[in-house]
Design a protein around this ligand. Structure first.
Ligand SMILES: Cc1ncc(COP(=O)(O)O)c(C=O)c1O
Length: 504
């Protein structure tokens, strides 16, 4: 193996006095070639001076919007456990309103007009405030997105050129990695264990990368640090620090896709801190440290979403990144989807505003949501032990966060499990075939679980130290966020079917 010294990274001092590397080399040709949307540029100038008469834009006049008011009925955040109270119908309700012509957090005149790609300032400020209280990111900027899928596909376009290789976990959210393939981006999988991505393997890949035979060394890492989709693993602080150091050493941009960040279980939320400083501070003390929070270089683009903590159909999230990347990202939005929808922005503005839950009430909701999902996770694991693990044919680690359990099928006990001679680097077992058979059998019995093969990234560099990934696809991803009934019935089918499949 040839070990190559890491590149020397040029650094410059930012306006905020931070010594930062020059990250411009990471931009794709598309991002470099992009011109600002000229109409938006003039529109932004027109916003700066209040009272400016704008005769330049084709905006319908707000008096002609067919709406004057929106009322949202939401749970009262005064209940001790708002999620339980809401779900059982025993809690109070609160109505929060947006108006076109009366005072409110974000006027419908503004929310329903054309806006900037980064989103409306009011909402960006509210989310920047939440970010600051949780991650204290050094000198970063917030842009709204239509959720993490939208944000990620834009980040891929921002950073990736045809022929580029990006790093990712060896099992990952393939809906997103597949989206990068038509852009000519190739994925290089990093080995994982129960603790998630293994920093030593990331270092091995980068230090042994031979640009003469493998093309440009990867310059982007796509990672899901909390409740990794699909494995459910959460990176420890130690691993995060190691990964960030490797990223600095090899000048890597980290795409931190973290939709499950807020859904942490077994959290030690200090009630004295809640009483004294509120939920945001208490949750911030207990939540994991994000890559963003350690990002002095500005090499992290962090992607948050409301999908898992409010509702997926909200289609709203936020990207936190250095100002340079943020500006390029906003330019892409300015010339494509234009900006996130006003309806969602109006709702979030009121919810986080003084007449809604406020940031602290929102974090109280999140904390209460964690308790409910923790209960469902515990139920899942109890039923799993009783119905499935007792057979000895499957096992699972208890996830600390998110929505997924990664169920290992102990295939080597199956009577038809075979090792195959293979010197060409291909699979050395019939794991994939047997797992496909089990998947179909479960389907016939009325149960869908996601097979690991759906998420597997094959190593095309031919340099993996651990053999072919098809030999490690003996897992299913199952979610525990359904009802108690789906959890009990689903796992009961699973236990019976797997026993039947092994024994007959
Ligand atoms: C890891 C990961 N990234 C991104 C997404 C997409 O999230 P959003 O609904 O915010 O687009 C999901 C959704 O399941 C996900 O699990």
């Amino acid at each position: 193996m040839v070990f190559i010294p890491s590149p020397t990274v040029e650094r410059h001092v930012t306006e905020a006095g931070l010594k930062r590397p020059d990250l411009s080399r990471h931009l794709s040709r598309e991002a470099r070639a992009r011109l600002p949307n000229p109409i938006k540029s003039i529109w932004k100038v027109a916003q700066v001076k209040p009272g400016t008469i704008n005769m330049g834009n084709g905006d319908p006049h707000h008096t002609l919007y067919p709406i004057s008011e929106m009322n949202f009925v939401v749970p009262s955040i005064d209940d001790a456990d708002p999620v339980q109270a809401w779900r059982t119908g025993t809690g109070g309700q609160q109505v929060i309103s947006s108006f076109k012509d009366e005072p409110c957090a974000l006027s419908l005149r503004t929310a329903f007009a054309y806006g900037a790609g980064a989103g409306l300032q009011h909402v960006r400020d509210a989310l920047a405030d939440l970010n600051n209280r949780i991650h204290s990111p050094p000198n970063h900027s917030v842009s709204l997105s239509l959720g993490n899928a939208d944000a990620l596909t834009k980040c891929f376009r921002l950073l990736g050129d045809p022929g580029d290789s990006f790093l990712c976990e060896e099992f990952t959210f393939s809906a997103m990695t597949n989206a990068a393939l038509p852009l000519g981006i190739d994925w290089v999988p990093i080995r994982m264990d129960e603790g998630g991505l293994m920093p030593a393997d990331m270092e091995r890949i980068l230090s042994s990368w031979d640009e003469a035979t493998q093309g440009k060394r990867p310059h982007v890492l796509y990672t899901i640090p909390c409740s990794q989709n699909p494995t459910g693993s959460t990176l420890s602080l130690e691993r995060r620090e190691q990964i960030y150091q490797i990223a600095r050493e090899w000048d890597i941009v980290i795409l931190e896709d973290d939709p499950y960040f807020f859904l942490q279980y077994d959290l030690d939320v200090n009630s004295a801190t809640v009483a004294q400083h509120g939920f945001t501070r208490a949750m911030a003390d207990a939540l994991p440290r994000s890559f963003l929070s350690m990002d002095y270089d500005g090499r992290v683009m962090r992607l948050d979403s409301f999908s898992k903590i409010l509702a997926p159909g909200m289609r709203l999230g936020w990207v936190t990144s250095n100002h340079f990347f943020a500006e390029k990202l906003d330019m892409l939005t300015d010339s494509s989807s234009q900006h996130p929808h006003g309806l969602g922005q109006a709702f979030v503005a009121e919810l986080l505003g003084k007449d809604g839950w406020g940031a602290d009430g929102f974090m109280k909701w999140v904390s209460s949501l964690c308790s409910e999902y923790e209960r469902r996770r515990n139920l899942f694991m109890d039923v799993f032990r009783r119905e499935v693990a007792k057979t000895g044919f499957a096992s699972a680690e208890v996830p600390q966060s998110g929505m997924f359990v990664w169920i290992k099928i102990n295939l080597e006990h199956h009577v038809r499990y075979r090792r195959i001679e293979n010197s060409s680097g291909g699979p050395c077992t019939n794991t994939a075939e047997l797992m496909d058979e089990l998947f179909r059998k479960l389907l016939d019995c009325g149960l869908v679980m996601m097979p690991a093969s759906t998420f597997a990234i094959a190593d095309r560099t031919g340099r993996s130290t651990e053999g072919h990934i098809a030999d490690r696809v003996n897992y299913f991803r199952a979610t525990f966020v359904g009802t108690d009934e789906t959890i009990c019935n689903g796992l009961s089918i699973f236990g019976r079917t797997i026993e039947d499949w092994y024994c007959f």
